[in-house]
Design a protein around this ligand. Structure first.
Ligand code: FAD
Length: 355
């Protein structure tokens, strides 16, 4: 039987960031992934670190600010360990302040001329200083960082069940049993458990190749759509356009009509995108709770079990902050931000009330 201090289920951005955080606290960590690591929601994400998106729930703001404050050191640590950098792709966002469904006038392409000294903000928009990264670059760098540590990553291994014991948790997987002092559920949209309900919210997205005379370095975001340019690395010169928000269960089917609708909405905002070639389209399943806030903390009834899921539209942003506070909770120490809004108990109580 394999022994570990920590067993994490799920190798998305939340599970892998937590693995690094707990390893840095001198704990032996094993991560179990049922499929390929980092190939679900985390792979699908646009990579905006949208802490100041006015559509985020207010309760998210302290954790989001903590994550923003930790992001550079999080990326530096990954680079130091594995040797692969994760550069910021963009550093500013033009955010529409209108609600969903607002009619937006097309924006002048000259607005995005990065050689211009000033950045005139059009009416009904505000300029936000926020970064974005390419989650697929983060994935490659995280794997290199993990390989330089003693963290064990078991791919294509399903966590089937867990049982509290006097000294920790016994974890039954599709290829054997693991004993650990702590078990942490980071299975994203699959964290469905009668105690804390998480649902998948599908997002479809596309990537286009920007025309040579329309290379932009600013993210554009409204309540309904975003355009996120890639400026450095293998995808430089591309832009990600997203995303649908669909509550239809575990279904990742791509629909050409919805991809085209996203594209047309983006062209309406930025007419220069009419000349952009479609490169790729994909979908992912965001882990969502009923109040759209994550669940972070100890399991309400099962000793030595912890939960970290439900990061919905902001898991790339929230990963370093979540890893930090969960590390503080597990090892014992001052918690950087209040976690009441993310208590597993609230979901548990809600489910009990609904029965
Ligand atoms: C289209 C789209 C765009 C997005 N854009 C952004 C963005 O711009 N910025 C941002 O911050 N966030 C964004 N997000 C949200 C972000 O991607 C998610 O919040 C985040 O990836 C969730 O990470 P996770 O590790 O919890 O889940 P996942 O990445 O889904 O990882 C969970 C893992 O658990 C594994 N698993 C499931 N069950 C088991 C089991 N029983 N045993 C072992 N392993 C199991 C799965 O295979 C999976 O690999 C976007 C999401 C989508 C879909």
């Amino acid at each position: 039987m394999l022994h570990s201090d920590i067993c994490i289920a799920g190798a998305g951005v939340i599970g892998l960031s937590l693995a690094l955080e707990l390893h840095a606290r001198n704990l032996r960590v094993t991560v179990i992934e049922s499929g390929h690591p980092f190939r679900e929601a985390s792979w699908a994400a646009a990579g905006m670190l949208a802490a100041q998106d006015p559509h985020n729930p207010l309760e998210l703001s302290a954790l989001a600010q903590l994550s923003v404050a930790l992001y550079e050191q999080f990326l530096e640590r990954i680079e130091t360990l594995g040797g692969l950098a994760v550069p910021f792709q963009t550093s500013r966002t033009l955010q529409s302040i209108g609600p969903s469904g607002s009619r937006h006038a097309p924006l002048a392409g000259t607005l995005f001329d990065s050689s211009a000294n000033t950045f005139p903000v059009p009416p009904a928009y505000r300029l936000i200083h926020e970064h974005s990264i390419d989650p697929r670059q983060l994935s490659a760098s995280l794997f290199a960082a993990l390989a330089a540590t003693s963290i064990r990553l078991l791919a294509q291994t399903l966590v089937v069940s867990t049982k509290s014991t006097s000294s920790g948790v016994e974890i039954t997987t599709s290829s054997g049993t693991i004993e650990a002092a702590h078990f942490i559920d980071c299975t994203g949209a699959w964290a469905g458990n009668p105690d804390y309900l998480v649902i998948p919210i599908k997002g479809q997205m596309l990537a286009v190749e920007l025309p040579a005379d329309f290379q932009i370095d600013t993210t554009l975001r409204t309540a309904d759509i975003y355009v996120v340019p890639r400026t450095i690395g293998p995808r430089a010169g591309q832009a990600i356009i997203g995303a649908t928000v669909e509550d239809i269960g575990f279904d990742k089917t791509l629909h050409a009509s919805q991809i085209d609708e996203l594209r047309q909405q983006a062209i309406h905002l930025l007419p220069e995108l009419a000349g952009a070639n479609l490169l790729d389209a994909w979908s992912g399943l965001r882990p969502a709770t009923s109040d759209r806030l994550p669940i972070i903390g100890p399991h309400p009834t099962r000793p030595h079990h912890w939960i970290s899921t439900g990061h919905y539209r902001n898991g790339i942003l929230l990963a370093p902050g979540t890893a930090r506070v969960l590390g503080q909770l597990i090892v014992g120490g001052t918690i950087s931000v209040p976690l009441g809004a993310f208590s597993p108990l609230r979901e548990s109580l809600r489910n009990t009330a609904a029965q």
